[in-house]
Design a protein around this ligand. Structure first.
Ligand SMILES: [Zn+2]
Length: 114
């Protein structure tokens, strides 16, 4: 069976187990509630400019002209971006994608919409 329990937020151990309404980490004895886990998950969700939740593989469009580091062209407002991939934010760029003419690059979720 696939382990769907969250990793320990304290030590990132993957040996979390459930104890009633709590998650417990046997590695560092950290305990946390399922509610706080749900909140953390909600906070980590990536949302577009309209507050819609983005998922891997979504198709989005760019809501304003975006400058690209090292490129002479801008990504035009309305550019369609297919099959986005959500990544850990780096410089606020939390979407990894391929844009024709630009190649692989990072976008900020606040500048796209579904
Ligand atoms: Zn732990």
């Amino acid at each position: 069976m696939e382990n769907t329990l969250p990793n320990c937020p304290n030590c990132n151990s993957e040996y979390t187990y459930e104890d009633g309404s709590l998650f417990v980490c046997p590695m560092c004895n950290h305990e946390w509630t399922k509610e706080s886990e749900a909140e953390a998950t909600a906070a980590s969700m990536v949302k577009d400019a309209n507050g819609n939740i983005l998922n891997n593989g979504d198709n989005v469009s760019v809501i304003k002209d975006l400058k690209v580091k090292g490129a002479s062209n801008v990504i035009k407002q309305g550019t369609k971006v297919k099959g986005i991939k959500l990544v850990d934010p780096e410089d606020g760029h939390d979407i990894d994608c391929k844009i024709p003419g630009f190649g692989q690059l990072g976008l900020k979720s606040e500048f796209v919409k579904k």
